[in-house]
Design a protein around this ligand. Structure first.
Ligand code: SF4
Length: 611
Protein backbone atom coordinates (compact mmCIF):
# COMPACT_ATOMS: atom_id res chain seq x y z
CA UNK A 1 0.00 0.00 0.00
CA UNK A 2 1.21 3.54 -0.77
CA UNK A 3 -0.32 6.98 -0.24
CA UNK A 4 -0.89 9.41 -3.13
CA UNK A 5 -1.91 13.03 -3.52
CA UNK A 6 -2.05 15.45 -6.42
CA UNK A 7 1.15 17.42 -6.97
CA UNK A 8 0.98 21.12 -6.23
CA UNK A 9 -1.05 23.13 -8.72
CA UNK A 10 -1.86 20.16 -10.99
CA UNK A 11 -5.06 20.71 -12.98
CA UNK A 12 -7.27 18.05 -14.53
CA UNK A 13 -9.96 18.47 -17.19
CA UNK A 14 -12.02 15.73 -18.77
CA UNK A 15 -12.33 15.54 -22.54
CA UNK A 16 -14.03 13.15 -24.92
CA UNK A 17 -10.84 11.09 -25.34
CA UNK A 18 -10.33 10.84 -21.55
CA UNK A 19 -8.76 13.85 -19.92
CA UNK A 20 -5.94 16.38 -19.81
CA UNK A 21 -3.56 17.01 -16.95
CA UNK A 22 -1.44 20.12 -16.65
CA UNK A 23 1.65 19.87 -14.44
CA UNK A 24 2.85 23.40 -13.55
CA UNK A 25 6.22 22.27 -12.20
CA UNK A 26 7.15 20.97 -15.67
CA UNK A 27 4.86 23.26 -17.69
CA UNK A 28 3.66 20.07 -19.38
CA UNK A 29 0.28 18.87 -20.58
CA UNK A 30 -0.51 15.17 -20.71
CA UNK A 31 -3.39 13.66 -22.66
CA UNK A 32 -4.76 10.70 -20.69
CA UNK A 33 -6.78 7.91 -22.25
CA UNK A 34 -10.30 7.04 -21.10
CA UNK A 35 -9.29 4.10 -19.00
CA UNK A 36 -6.72 6.07 -17.02
CA UNK A 37 -8.60 9.37 -16.85
CA UNK A 38 -10.76 8.43 -13.81
CA UNK A 39 -7.57 7.78 -11.82
CA UNK A 40 -6.24 11.24 -12.63
CA UNK A 41 -9.65 12.76 -11.87
CA UNK A 42 -9.75 10.98 -8.51
CA UNK A 43 -6.49 12.59 -7.28
CA UNK A 44 -7.00 15.13 -4.52
CA UNK A 45 -4.94 17.53 -2.43
CA UNK A 46 -5.13 15.14 0.53
CA UNK A 47 -3.14 11.94 0.98
CA UNK A 48 -5.19 8.87 0.04
CA UNK A 49 -4.19 5.22 0.47
CA UNK A 50 -4.07 3.10 -2.67
CA UNK A 51 -3.54 -0.62 -2.93
CA UNK A 52 -1.64 -3.02 -5.14
CA UNK A 53 -3.62 -2.89 -8.42
CA UNK A 54 -3.34 0.90 -8.60
CA UNK A 55 0.07 1.37 -7.04
CA UNK A 56 2.07 1.01 -10.25
CA UNK A 57 -0.28 3.31 -12.10
CA UNK A 58 0.12 6.11 -9.56
CA UNK A 59 3.88 5.58 -9.41
CA UNK A 60 3.99 6.09 -13.20
CA UNK A 61 1.89 9.28 -12.82
CA UNK A 62 4.27 10.42 -10.07
CA UNK A 63 7.31 9.87 -12.29
CA UNK A 64 5.86 12.61 -14.52
CA UNK A 65 5.01 14.97 -11.66
CA UNK A 66 1.23 14.44 -11.80
CA UNK A 67 1.07 13.21 -8.22
CA UNK A 68 3.29 12.57 -5.22
CA UNK A 69 3.59 9.23 -3.52
CA UNK A 70 4.58 8.17 -0.04
CA UNK A 71 7.12 6.50 -0.18
CA UNK A 72 8.47 9.00 -2.70
CA UNK A 73 8.70 8.31 -6.45
CA UNK A 74 11.48 10.12 -8.30
CA UNK A 75 10.49 12.20 -11.31
CA UNK A 76 12.07 11.32 -14.64
CA UNK A 77 13.05 13.45 -17.61
CA UNK A 78 10.73 12.72 -20.53
CA UNK A 79 11.04 14.21 -24.00
CA UNK A 80 8.51 12.08 -25.89
CA UNK A 81 4.95 12.88 -26.91
CA UNK A 82 2.67 13.63 -23.96
CA UNK A 83 0.16 10.81 -24.37
CA UNK A 84 -0.45 8.49 -21.45
CA UNK A 85 -2.02 5.10 -21.98
CA UNK A 86 -3.26 4.23 -25.43
CA UNK A 87 -3.99 6.66 -28.26
CA UNK A 88 -4.31 5.30 -31.76
CA UNK A 89 -4.50 8.78 -33.28
CA UNK A 90 -3.79 12.31 -32.27
CA UNK A 91 -6.88 13.68 -30.49
CA UNK A 92 -8.20 17.19 -30.85
CA UNK A 93 -9.09 19.06 -27.70
CA UNK A 94 -12.61 20.30 -27.06
CA UNK A 95 -11.47 23.53 -25.44
CA UNK A 96 -8.16 25.37 -25.69
CA UNK A 97 -5.32 24.34 -23.45
CA UNK A 98 -3.33 27.58 -23.59
CA UNK A 99 -4.24 31.22 -24.00
CA UNK A 100 -1.45 33.74 -24.54
CA UNK A 101 -2.26 37.06 -22.89
CA UNK A 102 -0.30 40.14 -23.90
CA UNK A 103 0.71 42.05 -20.86
CA UNK A 104 2.40 44.93 -22.63
CA UNK A 105 3.57 46.00 -26.05
CA UNK A 106 6.96 47.05 -24.70
CA UNK A 107 10.03 44.84 -24.97
CA UNK A 108 13.71 45.56 -24.28
CA UNK A 109 14.85 43.43 -27.25
CA UNK A 110 14.57 43.48 -31.02
CA UNK A 111 14.79 39.79 -31.92
CA UNK A 112 15.36 39.26 -35.62
CA UNK A 113 12.51 36.74 -35.83
CA UNK A 114 10.11 38.51 -33.45
CA UNK A 115 6.72 36.85 -33.84
CA UNK A 116 4.91 39.48 -31.77
CA UNK A 117 6.07 42.57 -33.60
CA UNK A 118 2.75 43.12 -35.36
CA UNK A 119 0.97 43.14 -31.99
CA UNK A 120 3.42 45.55 -30.39
CA UNK A 121 4.30 48.44 -32.67
CA UNK A 122 0.90 50.04 -33.06
CA UNK A 123 -0.15 49.52 -29.45
CA UNK A 124 2.88 50.95 -27.65
CA UNK A 125 1.42 54.39 -27.11
CA UNK A 126 -1.29 54.72 -24.52
CA UNK A 127 -1.50 51.32 -22.81
CA UNK A 128 -4.11 51.80 -20.11
CA UNK A 129 -5.51 50.08 -17.02
CA UNK A 130 -8.85 49.84 -18.79
CA UNK A 131 -7.18 47.76 -21.52
CA UNK A 132 -5.94 45.39 -18.85
CA UNK A 133 -9.53 44.89 -17.67
CA UNK A 134 -10.38 43.95 -21.25
CA UNK A 135 -7.51 41.44 -21.36
CA UNK A 136 -8.86 39.83 -18.18
CA UNK A 137 -12.45 39.87 -19.46
CA UNK A 138 -11.52 38.21 -22.78
CA UNK A 139 -9.29 35.67 -21.01
CA UNK A 140 -12.16 34.83 -18.65
CA UNK A 141 -14.36 33.95 -21.61
CA UNK A 142 -11.84 31.44 -23.02
CA UNK A 143 -11.82 28.19 -21.03
CA UNK A 144 -8.09 27.52 -21.39
CA UNK A 145 -6.27 25.68 -18.57
CA UNK A 146 -3.19 27.89 -18.76
CA UNK A 147 -2.70 31.62 -19.31
CA UNK A 148 0.71 32.57 -20.64
CA UNK A 149 1.50 36.15 -19.66
CA UNK A 150 3.59 37.41 -22.50
CA UNK A 151 4.24 40.45 -24.61
CA UNK A 152 6.36 42.30 -25.31
CA UNK A 153 7.97 41.47 -22.05
CA UNK A 154 6.06 41.28 -18.76
CA UNK A 155 9.21 42.51 -17.01
CA UNK A 156 8.85 45.78 -18.95
CA UNK A 157 5.51 46.41 -17.25
CA UNK A 158 5.73 44.82 -13.79
CA UNK A 159 2.60 46.55 -12.45
CA UNK A 160 0.50 45.18 -15.29
CA UNK A 161 2.17 41.78 -15.04
CA UNK A 162 1.49 41.57 -11.29
CA UNK A 163 -2.12 42.47 -11.83
CA UNK A 164 -2.54 39.84 -14.58
CA UNK A 165 -0.81 37.11 -12.55
CA UNK A 166 -2.97 37.67 -9.49
CA UNK A 167 -6.25 38.11 -11.34
CA UNK A 168 -5.86 35.33 -13.91
CA UNK A 169 -4.46 32.82 -11.40
CA UNK A 170 -7.94 32.59 -9.89
CA UNK A 171 -9.11 30.74 -13.01
CA UNK A 172 -6.03 29.41 -14.83
CA UNK A 173 -2.51 28.15 -14.20
CA UNK A 174 0.01 30.91 -14.95
CA UNK A 175 3.13 30.89 -17.09
CA UNK A 176 5.31 33.99 -17.42
CA UNK A 177 6.96 34.26 -20.82
CA UNK A 178 9.95 36.60 -20.64
CA UNK A 179 13.26 37.50 -22.20
CA UNK A 180 14.56 37.76 -18.64
CA UNK A 181 15.71 41.33 -19.25
CA UNK A 182 14.35 43.41 -16.38
CA UNK A 183 13.74 43.08 -12.69
CA UNK A 184 12.18 39.68 -11.93
CA UNK A 185 12.28 40.51 -8.20
CA UNK A 186 9.27 42.78 -8.67
CA UNK A 187 7.18 39.82 -9.84
CA UNK A 188 8.59 37.17 -7.52
CA UNK A 189 6.05 37.46 -4.66
CA UNK A 190 3.12 36.97 -7.07
CA UNK A 191 4.95 34.21 -8.96
CA UNK A 192 5.80 32.29 -5.78
CA UNK A 193 2.33 32.72 -4.30
CA UNK A 194 0.51 31.49 -7.41
CA UNK A 195 3.07 28.75 -8.21
CA UNK A 196 3.53 30.24 -11.67
CA UNK A 197 6.03 28.74 -14.10
CA UNK A 198 8.58 31.04 -15.73
CA UNK A 199 9.75 30.56 -19.33
CA UNK A 200 12.92 32.45 -20.17
CA UNK A 201 14.25 32.88 -23.70
CA UNK A 202 17.88 32.09 -24.46
CA UNK A 203 19.02 31.01 -27.91
CA UNK A 204 22.73 30.37 -27.40
CA UNK A 205 25.40 30.29 -24.74
CA UNK A 206 27.69 32.10 -27.19
CA UNK A 207 27.69 35.64 -28.62
CA UNK A 208 25.29 34.38 -31.28
CA UNK A 209 22.54 35.04 -28.74
CA UNK A 210 23.11 38.81 -28.90
CA UNK A 211 23.22 38.69 -32.71
CA UNK A 212 19.79 37.15 -33.02
CA UNK A 213 18.33 38.75 -29.87
CA UNK A 214 19.90 42.23 -29.83
CA UNK A 215 18.91 44.81 -27.22
CA UNK A 216 16.63 47.67 -28.19
CA UNK A 217 18.82 50.73 -27.51
CA UNK A 218 15.73 52.66 -26.33
CA UNK A 219 15.49 50.25 -23.39
CA UNK A 220 19.04 48.98 -22.78
CA UNK A 221 22.54 50.08 -23.71
CA UNK A 222 24.04 46.67 -22.86
CA UNK A 223 24.69 44.82 -26.13
CA UNK A 224 24.62 41.49 -24.28
CA UNK A 225 21.43 42.33 -22.36
CA UNK A 226 19.49 39.31 -23.62
CA UNK A 227 22.06 36.75 -22.41
CA UNK A 228 22.91 38.50 -19.14
CA UNK A 229 19.24 39.18 -18.32
CA UNK A 230 18.15 35.62 -19.12
CA UNK A 231 20.91 34.11 -16.96
CA UNK A 232 20.06 36.36 -14.02
CA UNK A 233 16.32 35.70 -14.20
CA UNK A 234 16.77 31.93 -14.55
CA UNK A 235 19.08 31.75 -11.55
CA UNK A 236 16.89 34.02 -9.40
CA UNK A 237 13.82 31.92 -10.13
CA UNK A 238 15.57 28.64 -9.37
CA UNK A 239 16.99 30.03 -6.12
CA UNK A 240 13.45 30.91 -5.07
CA UNK A 241 11.98 27.50 -5.92
CA UNK A 242 10.19 28.80 -9.04
CA UNK A 243 9.97 26.19 -11.81
CA UNK A 244 11.72 27.37 -14.98
CA UNK A 245 11.73 26.45 -18.65
CA UNK A 246 14.35 27.78 -21.01
CA UNK A 247 12.95 28.42 -24.47
CA UNK A 248 15.16 28.52 -27.50
CA UNK A 249 14.20 29.52 -31.00
CA UNK A 250 16.16 27.46 -33.50
CA UNK A 251 17.03 29.75 -36.38
CA UNK A 252 19.86 29.89 -38.89
CA UNK A 253 21.93 31.49 -36.08
CA UNK A 254 22.06 28.46 -33.79
CA UNK A 255 21.19 25.52 -36.03
CA UNK A 256 24.28 23.71 -34.95
CA UNK A 257 24.59 20.66 -32.70
CA UNK A 258 27.60 21.99 -30.79
CA UNK A 259 25.92 25.35 -30.19
CA UNK A 260 22.79 23.67 -28.86
CA UNK A 261 24.74 21.16 -26.77
CA UNK A 262 26.72 23.98 -25.17
CA UNK A 263 23.52 25.78 -24.29
CA UNK A 264 21.98 22.57 -22.93
CA UNK A 265 25.00 21.88 -20.74
CA UNK A 266 25.00 25.45 -19.45
CA UNK A 267 21.33 25.53 -18.44
CA UNK A 268 21.55 22.03 -17.04
CA UNK A 269 24.43 23.12 -14.79
CA UNK A 270 22.21 25.93 -13.50
CA UNK A 271 19.58 23.34 -12.53
CA UNK A 272 17.04 23.93 -15.33
CA UNK A 273 14.85 20.85 -15.90
CA UNK A 274 12.73 21.94 -18.87
CA UNK A 275 13.81 23.09 -22.32
CA UNK A 276 11.50 24.06 -25.17
CA UNK A 277 12.83 24.34 -28.69
CA UNK A 278 10.74 26.42 -31.10
CA UNK A 279 11.63 25.98 -34.73
CA UNK A 280 11.56 29.51 -36.21
CA UNK A 281 8.70 29.95 -38.65
CA UNK A 282 7.99 32.33 -41.50
CA UNK A 283 5.88 34.70 -39.41
CA UNK A 284 6.28 38.10 -37.78
CA UNK A 285 9.65 39.75 -38.48
CA UNK A 286 11.07 36.43 -39.71
CA UNK A 287 8.76 36.73 -42.70
CA UNK A 288 10.23 40.14 -43.58
CA UNK A 289 13.79 38.83 -43.20
CA UNK A 290 12.99 35.85 -45.42
CA UNK A 291 11.20 37.98 -48.02
CA UNK A 292 14.32 40.14 -48.25
CA UNK A 293 16.61 37.12 -48.33
CA UNK A 294 14.62 35.70 -51.24
CA UNK A 295 15.82 38.69 -53.28
CA UNK A 296 19.49 38.23 -52.34
CA UNK A 297 21.91 36.26 -54.49
CA UNK A 298 23.66 34.85 -51.42
CA UNK A 299 20.63 34.24 -49.30
CA UNK A 300 21.06 35.20 -45.61
CA UNK A 301 17.72 34.26 -44.15
CA UNK A 302 16.73 33.50 -40.59
CA UNK A 303 14.89 30.20 -40.91
CA UNK A 304 16.74 26.96 -40.20
CA UNK A 305 17.30 24.38 -42.92
CA UNK A 306 15.03 21.41 -43.58
CA UNK A 307 17.51 19.29 -41.59
CA UNK A 308 16.49 20.99 -38.33
CA UNK A 309 14.28 18.10 -37.19
CA UNK A 310 17.09 15.59 -37.60
CA UNK A 311 19.23 17.91 -35.52
CA UNK A 312 16.63 18.05 -32.72
CA UNK A 313 16.34 14.25 -32.77
CA UNK A 314 20.11 13.94 -32.40
CA UNK A 315 20.10 16.45 -29.57
CA UNK A 316 17.36 14.56 -27.68
CA UNK A 317 19.10 11.20 -28.24
CA UNK A 318 22.40 12.64 -27.04
CA UNK A 319 20.72 14.12 -23.93
CA UNK A 320 19.07 10.80 -23.07
CA UNK A 321 22.30 8.89 -23.69
CA UNK A 322 24.12 11.13 -21.25
CA UNK A 323 21.28 10.79 -18.75
CA UNK A 324 20.92 14.56 -18.47
CA UNK A 325 17.75 15.28 -16.48
CA UNK A 326 16.16 17.67 -18.94
CA UNK A 327 12.70 17.47 -20.55
CA UNK A 328 12.99 18.62 -24.14
CA UNK A 329 9.90 19.66 -26.08
CA UNK A 330 9.86 20.88 -29.64
CA UNK A 331 7.21 23.05 -31.27
CA UNK A 332 6.84 23.85 -34.91
CA UNK A 333 3.75 25.72 -36.03
CA UNK A 334 4.79 26.30 -39.63
CA UNK A 335 1.90 24.25 -40.97
CA UNK A 336 -0.53 25.13 -38.18
CA UNK A 337 0.02 28.78 -37.22
CA UNK A 338 -3.70 29.23 -36.54
CA UNK A 339 -3.44 26.84 -33.59
CA UNK A 340 -2.29 29.55 -31.18
CA UNK A 341 -4.67 31.92 -29.39
CA UNK A 342 -3.52 35.37 -28.30
CA UNK A 343 -5.24 38.13 -26.38
CA UNK A 344 -3.68 41.43 -27.42
CA UNK A 345 -2.78 44.09 -24.87
CA UNK A 346 -6.16 45.79 -25.42
CA UNK A 347 -8.20 42.61 -24.97
CA UNK A 348 -8.72 41.71 -28.65
CA UNK A 349 -8.42 38.03 -29.54
CA UNK A 350 -6.19 36.83 -32.40
CA UNK A 351 -4.78 33.75 -34.00
CA UNK A 352 -1.80 33.60 -36.33
CA UNK A 353 -2.83 33.53 -39.98
CA UNK A 354 -2.36 30.52 -42.22
CA UNK A 355 -4.09 31.78 -45.34
CA UNK A 356 -3.21 35.31 -44.29
CA UNK A 357 0.01 37.09 -43.36
CA UNK A 358 0.14 38.17 -39.73
CA UNK A 359 -2.40 38.00 -36.91
CA UNK A 360 -6.05 37.35 -37.68
CA UNK A 361 -8.52 39.13 -35.38
CA UNK A 362 -11.14 36.78 -33.94
CA UNK A 363 -12.85 39.15 -31.55
CA UNK A 364 -12.71 42.88 -30.77
CA UNK A 365 -13.08 43.68 -27.08
CA UNK A 366 -14.22 47.26 -27.62
CA UNK A 367 -17.26 46.50 -29.75
CA UNK A 368 -19.60 45.68 -26.88
CA UNK A 369 -20.42 42.14 -28.07
CA UNK A 370 -18.96 39.71 -25.51
CA UNK A 371 -21.40 37.07 -26.79
CA UNK A 372 -19.32 36.92 -30.00
CA UNK A 373 -16.03 36.00 -28.33
CA UNK A 374 -16.16 32.48 -29.80
CA UNK A 375 -17.99 33.32 -33.01
CA UNK A 376 -14.87 32.91 -35.19
CA UNK A 377 -13.66 29.86 -33.31
CA UNK A 378 -13.89 27.79 -36.47
CA UNK A 379 -10.75 29.57 -37.72
CA UNK A 380 -8.71 28.06 -34.90
CA UNK A 381 -7.00 24.76 -35.62
CA UNK A 382 -7.75 22.60 -32.57
CA UNK A 383 -5.84 19.66 -34.01
CA UNK A 384 -2.73 21.84 -34.38
CA UNK A 385 -3.35 23.18 -30.88
CA UNK A 386 -3.35 19.65 -29.42
CA UNK A 387 -0.32 18.66 -31.50
CA UNK A 388 1.64 21.66 -30.24
CA UNK A 389 0.92 21.32 -26.55
CA UNK A 390 1.02 17.50 -26.42
CA UNK A 391 4.50 17.65 -27.96
CA UNK A 392 3.77 15.48 -30.95
CA UNK A 393 5.90 15.85 -34.05
CA UNK A 394 5.62 13.61 -37.08
CA UNK A 395 9.40 13.17 -37.26
CA UNK A 396 9.59 11.69 -33.76
CA UNK A 397 10.29 8.03 -33.10
CA UNK A 398 11.75 6.82 -36.41
CA UNK A 399 8.44 6.34 -38.15
CA UNK A 400 6.73 4.65 -35.17
CA UNK A 401 3.02 5.37 -34.98
CA UNK A 402 1.56 7.33 -32.09
CA UNK A 403 0.32 4.18 -30.35
CA UNK A 404 3.90 2.96 -30.16
CA UNK A 405 5.10 6.30 -28.80
CA UNK A 406 2.62 6.74 -25.94
CA UNK A 407 4.03 6.75 -22.42
CA UNK A 408 3.06 3.36 -20.96
CA UNK A 409 1.11 3.43 -17.69
CA UNK A 410 0.30 0.11 -15.97
CA UNK A 411 -3.47 -0.27 -15.90
CA UNK A 412 -5.34 -0.97 -12.69
CA UNK A 413 -8.12 -3.52 -12.71
CA UNK A 414 -10.68 -1.42 -10.92
CA UNK A 415 -11.84 1.87 -12.43
CA UNK A 416 -12.89 4.37 -9.74
CA UNK A 417 -16.16 6.16 -10.16
CA UNK A 418 -16.16 9.91 -10.74
CA UNK A 419 -19.92 10.20 -10.84
CA UNK A 420 -21.14 12.75 -8.38
CA UNK A 421 -24.22 14.77 -7.69
CA UNK A 422 -23.63 16.73 -10.89
CA UNK A 423 -23.17 13.79 -13.26
CA UNK A 424 -26.08 11.54 -14.05
CA UNK A 425 -25.40 8.12 -15.54
CA UNK A 426 -28.43 6.11 -16.56
CA UNK A 427 -30.01 3.72 -19.02
CA UNK A 428 -33.59 3.43 -20.20
CA UNK A 429 -35.37 0.16 -21.02
CA UNK A 430 -38.93 -0.66 -22.15
CA UNK A 431 -40.76 -2.85 -19.65
CA UNK A 432 -41.89 -6.21 -21.10
CA UNK A 433 -43.37 -7.73 -17.95
CA UNK A 434 -44.38 -5.18 -15.28
CA UNK A 435 -45.54 -7.74 -12.71
CA UNK A 436 -42.33 -9.78 -12.82
CA UNK A 437 -40.30 -6.58 -12.74
CA UNK A 438 -41.99 -5.36 -9.55
CA UNK A 439 -41.30 -8.74 -7.91
CA UNK A 440 -37.66 -8.61 -8.95
CA UNK A 441 -37.31 -5.08 -7.59
CA UNK A 442 -38.40 -6.38 -4.20
CA UNK A 443 -36.03 -9.37 -4.40
CA UNK A 444 -33.15 -6.98 -5.16
CA UNK A 445 -33.92 -4.92 -2.07
CA UNK A 446 -35.66 -1.99 -3.77
CA UNK A 447 -38.58 -0.24 -2.07
CA UNK A 448 -40.85 2.54 -3.28
CA UNK A 449 -39.40 5.90 -2.26
CA UNK A 450 -41.83 8.16 -4.09
CA UNK A 451 -44.85 8.05 -6.40
CA UNK A 452 -45.87 11.14 -8.31
CA UNK A 453 -47.22 12.55 -11.52
CA UNK A 454 -44.70 14.82 -13.24
CA UNK A 455 -45.29 17.44 -15.88
CA UNK A 456 -42.16 18.69 -17.62
CA UNK A 457 -41.94 21.80 -19.76
CA UNK A 458 -38.91 22.14 -22.03
CA UNK A 459 -37.44 25.54 -22.89
CA UNK A 460 -35.20 26.80 -25.65
CA UNK A 461 -34.44 29.81 -27.80
CA UNK A 462 -36.41 30.19 -30.97
CA UNK A 463 -33.48 28.92 -33.06
CA UNK A 464 -33.32 25.78 -30.84
CA UNK A 465 -29.71 26.62 -29.98
CA UNK A 466 -29.70 24.40 -26.88
CA UNK A 467 -31.78 21.37 -27.83
CA UNK A 468 -29.89 21.04 -31.13
CA UNK A 469 -26.76 20.49 -29.00
CA UNK A 470 -28.61 18.02 -26.75
CA UNK A 471 -28.80 20.51 -23.87
CA UNK A 472 -31.99 20.38 -21.83
CA UNK A 473 -33.62 23.24 -19.91
CA UNK A 474 -36.61 21.81 -18.09
CA UNK A 475 -39.19 23.04 -15.60
CA UNK A 476 -40.66 20.07 -13.73
CA UNK A 477 -43.94 20.38 -11.81
CA UNK A 478 -45.14 17.80 -9.34
CA UNK A 479 -47.93 18.07 -6.83
CA UNK A 480 -45.61 19.60 -4.23
CA UNK A 481 -43.01 21.69 -6.03
CA UNK A 482 -41.35 22.98 -9.19
CA UNK A 483 -37.75 22.22 -10.10
CA UNK A 484 -35.54 23.73 -12.80
CA UNK A 485 -33.26 21.16 -14.43
CA UNK A 486 -30.28 21.88 -16.68
CA UNK A 487 -28.71 18.95 -18.50
CA UNK A 488 -25.69 18.75 -20.77
CA UNK A 489 -25.31 16.52 -23.83
CA UNK A 490 -25.49 12.73 -23.42
CA UNK A 491 -22.36 10.59 -23.67
CA UNK A 492 -23.15 6.99 -24.60
CA UNK A 493 -21.30 3.86 -23.61
CA UNK A 494 -20.99 0.97 -26.03
CA UNK A 495 -23.70 -0.92 -24.18
CA UNK A 496 -26.23 1.90 -24.34
CA UNK A 497 -25.92 3.68 -20.98
CA UNK A 498 -25.33 7.41 -21.07
CA UNK A 499 -23.92 10.10 -18.78
CA UNK A 500 -24.52 13.80 -18.76
CA UNK A 501 -23.99 16.74 -16.51
CA UNK A 502 -27.20 17.51 -14.66
CA UNK A 503 -28.06 20.30 -12.25
CA UNK A 504 -31.40 20.73 -10.52
CA UNK A 505 -32.63 23.72 -8.52
CA UNK A 506 -35.79 24.14 -6.47
CA UNK A 507 -37.66 27.22 -7.63
CA UNK A 508 -39.02 29.81 -5.24
CA UNK A 509 -42.04 30.29 -7.43
CA UNK A 510 -43.02 28.76 -10.73
CA UNK A 511 -44.12 32.14 -12.13
CA UNK A 512 -40.83 33.82 -11.23
CA UNK A 513 -38.90 30.98 -12.91
CA UNK A 514 -40.91 31.31 -16.11
CA UNK A 515 -40.39 35.06 -16.07
CA UNK A 516 -36.68 34.57 -15.57
CA UNK A 517 -36.46 32.03 -18.41
CA UNK A 518 -38.43 34.33 -20.64
CA UNK A 519 -36.07 37.24 -19.91
CA UNK A 520 -33.29 35.03 -21.35
CA UNK A 521 -35.38 34.58 -24.52
CA UNK A 522 -36.22 31.01 -23.51
CA UNK A 523 -39.75 29.86 -24.19
CA UNK A 524 -41.51 26.48 -23.83
CA UNK A 525 -41.45 24.34 -26.97
CA UNK A 526 -42.57 20.95 -25.63
CA UNK A 527 -44.30 19.43 -22.60
CA UNK A 528 -44.46 15.94 -21.27
CA UNK A 529 -46.40 14.09 -18.58
CA UNK A 530 -45.53 10.83 -16.89
CA UNK A 531 -46.35 8.88 -13.74
CA UNK A 532 -43.15 7.99 -11.95
CA UNK A 533 -42.55 5.48 -9.16
CA UNK A 534 -39.05 5.83 -7.74
CA UNK A 535 -37.39 2.81 -6.12
CA UNK A 536 -34.28 2.96 -3.93
CA UNK A 537 -32.38 0.47 -1.82
CA UNK A 538 -30.19 0.96 1.21
CA UNK A 539 -27.07 -0.92 0.10
CA UNK A 540 -26.03 1.49 -2.68
CA UNK A 541 -26.97 4.66 -4.56
CA UNK A 542 -28.77 2.89 -7.43
CA UNK A 543 -32.20 4.27 -8.35
CA UNK A 544 -34.83 2.64 -10.54
CA UNK A 545 -37.59 4.89 -11.89
CA UNK A 546 -40.61 3.05 -13.25
CA UNK A 547 -42.33 5.45 -15.64
CA UNK A 548 -45.74 5.22 -17.20
CA UNK A 549 -45.79 7.22 -20.44
CA UNK A 550 -48.94 8.37 -22.26
CA UNK A 551 -49.79 5.94 -25.10
CA UNK A 552 -46.42 4.14 -24.81
CA UNK A 553 -46.74 2.08 -21.65
CA UNK A 554 -44.01 1.48 -19.09
CA UNK A 555 -40.24 2.09 -19.11
CA UNK A 556 -37.60 1.97 -16.44
CA UNK A 557 -34.72 4.38 -16.06
CA UNK A 558 -31.86 2.97 -14.00
CA UNK A 559 -29.49 5.51 -12.44
CA UNK A 560 -26.24 4.85 -10.61
CA UNK A 561 -22.68 3.82 -11.34
CA UNK A 562 -22.11 1.99 -14.61
CA UNK A 563 -21.37 -1.26 -12.80
CA UNK A 564 -24.63 -1.05 -10.82
CA UNK A 565 -26.65 -0.27 -13.95
CA UNK A 566 -25.13 -3.22 -15.81
CA UNK A 567 -25.68 -5.51 -12.86
CA UNK A 568 -29.36 -4.53 -12.58
CA UNK A 569 -29.80 -4.94 -16.33
CA UNK A 570 -28.43 -8.48 -16.17
CA UNK A 571 -30.73 -9.37 -13.28
CA UNK A 572 -33.85 -7.79 -14.83
CA UNK A 573 -33.05 -9.03 -18.34
CA UNK A 574 -36.17 -11.21 -18.67
CA UNK A 575 -38.61 -8.40 -17.89
CA UNK A 576 -37.08 -5.53 -19.87
CA UNK A 577 -36.16 -4.89 -23.50
CA UNK A 578 -32.98 -3.56 -25.10
CA UNK A 579 -31.63 -0.17 -23.99
CA UNK A 580 -33.50 2.73 -25.57
CA UNK A 581 -31.30 5.65 -26.74
CA UNK A 582 -34.19 7.97 -27.55
CA UNK A 583 -35.56 10.25 -24.85
CA UNK A 584 -39.27 10.12 -24.01
CA UNK A 585 -40.04 13.08 -26.24
CA UNK A 586 -38.37 11.43 -29.25
CA UNK A 587 -40.11 8.13 -28.50
CA UNK A 588 -43.50 9.79 -28.25
CA UNK A 589 -43.04 11.83 -31.43
CA UNK A 590 -41.90 8.75 -33.39
CA UNK A 591 -44.96 6.89 -32.13
CA UNK A 592 -47.34 9.69 -33.13
CA UNK A 593 -45.78 10.06 -36.59
CA UNK A 594 -46.17 6.29 -37.07
CA UNK A 595 -49.82 6.73 -36.11
CA UNK A 596 -50.20 9.32 -38.90
CA UNK A 597 -49.74 12.65 -37.06
CA UNK A 598 -47.89 15.55 -38.64
CA UNK A 599 -44.68 16.33 -36.65
CA UNK A 600 -45.62 20.04 -36.47
CA UNK A 601 -48.91 19.13 -34.76
CA UNK A 602 -47.23 17.27 -31.88
CA UNK A 603 -46.79 19.81 -29.11
CA UNK A 604 -46.51 17.53 -26.10
CA UNK A 605 -47.66 14.37 -24.38
CA UNK A 606 -50.27 14.16 -21.65
CA UNK A 607 -52.62 11.60 -20.19
CA UNK A 608 -56.20 11.62 -21.42
CA UNK A 609 -59.03 12.19 -18.94
CA UNK A 610 -59.60 8.43 -18.58
CA UNK A 611 -55.93 7.37 -18.30
S1 SF4 B 1 11.72 39.04 -26.58
FE1 SF4 B 1 12.16 39.11 -28.77
S2 SF4 B 1 10.61 37.77 -29.68
FE2 SF4 B 1 9.91 38.27 -27.62
S3 SF4 B 1 8.60 40.05 -27.89
FE3 SF4 B 1 10.66 40.81 -27.42
S4 SF4 B 1 11.56 41.16 -29.43
FE4 SF4 B 1 9.80 39.86 -29.77
Amino acid sequence: MIRVKKSRGVRYRSDVFGGVVYVPERDDFFAIDRELAPFAAALSDKWVEVHAPEEKLYRAFASLGICETDPKTKQIAYSGPSFLGRFIELPTVTDPLVLNCFCTSHCPLMCRYCHADDLMQSYREGESEQDLDNVIATASMIPAMVAVITGGDPLSAPERANSLIRRLSKQKAIVIDTSGVGDIDRLLPAIVETFAHVRVSLDAASDENARVRPANPKYSKDKDASRVGAAKTIKTCLENGVPVTVQTVISSHNENLDELRNLRDLISTWGVKNWVLHVAIRGGLARQVEDQADKQTRKRGILPSSGVYGLVEKLIADTERQNIQLDIRCTDTNQTPNSVLLVGSTGDLFTEGLAHHGKVPLYKAGEGRPDLVRSLWHHVDRFGHAKRYFNWNPWMGNGKNLEGLCFPIPKATQVPSVSGATVETEAKFPVKDGKALRELLEVEGFAVACEEKQRDEYYDREDKAFSSLDFVIRLRDTENDSVIGLKGPRFYTESGEYSRVELEFQTRSREASIESLSSKELSPYWFFEKRRTTYRRSRDEAIVCLDEIPLLGEFIEVEGELKQIRDIRTKFGECIGDPERRNYGELFKDHMVNMGSEPSEIKGAEFGPTE
